[in-house]
Write a protein that binds this ligand. Structure first.
Ligand code: FES
Length: 150
């Protein structure tokens, strides 16, 4: 099927039950989104479908029509200038970094819907797991990112 990924139309041949994460990583070489738990719990595989954060490890490509705009961390901005990326650099948020592409995509997705989130909004909407425990800095980063312009 044809998919729109990071602004380009690409053709992939895969069974319709194939998780989108596999298509992105194995077929298209976009390895920013990571495999973590495989059951949509940890969030390291988060990407956007039409601007909404989605956990791609359990999302079958058969559920897509091909019309959706799929965005991975590689396509979030051309030069790392998305407000969330700027805040992440400024506050040096990642530790080992494994969870952070998914964390950034989850945060960017939340800000699309909730541009000025409270701590309660953050707790409810960013449920990604970070094994290094960067949660305090992530929260600080979200409050910084919401003050920045794209
Ligand atoms: Fe290491 Fe989050 S920075 S798992």
């Amino acid at each position: 099927m044809d998919l729109k990924v990071n602004g380009k139309t690409v053709s992939v041949e895969a069974d319709e039950s194939t998780p989108l994460l596999w298509v992105l990583r194995e077929h298209l070489g976009l390895t920013g989104a990571k495999y973590g738990c495989g059951i949509a719990q940890c969030g390291t595989c988060t990407i956007h479908i039409d601007g909404q954060a989605v956990r791609s490890c359990t999302y079958p490509i058969g559920a897509l029509s091909g019309e959706e705009d799929i965005t991975t961390i590689e396509g979030l901005s051309e030069d790392g200038s998305h407000p969330v990326q700027q805040a992440w650099v400024e506050l040096d948020i990642p530790q080992c970094g494994y969870c952070q592409p998914g964390m950034i995509m989850a945060v960017a997705g939340m800000l699309n819907n909730t541009p000025d989130p409270s701590d309660e909004d953050i707790d409810a909407q960013v449920t990604n797991i970070c094994r290094c425990g960067t949660f305090t800095r992530v929260r600080e980063g979200i409050h910084l990112a919401k003050t920045k312009k794209a």
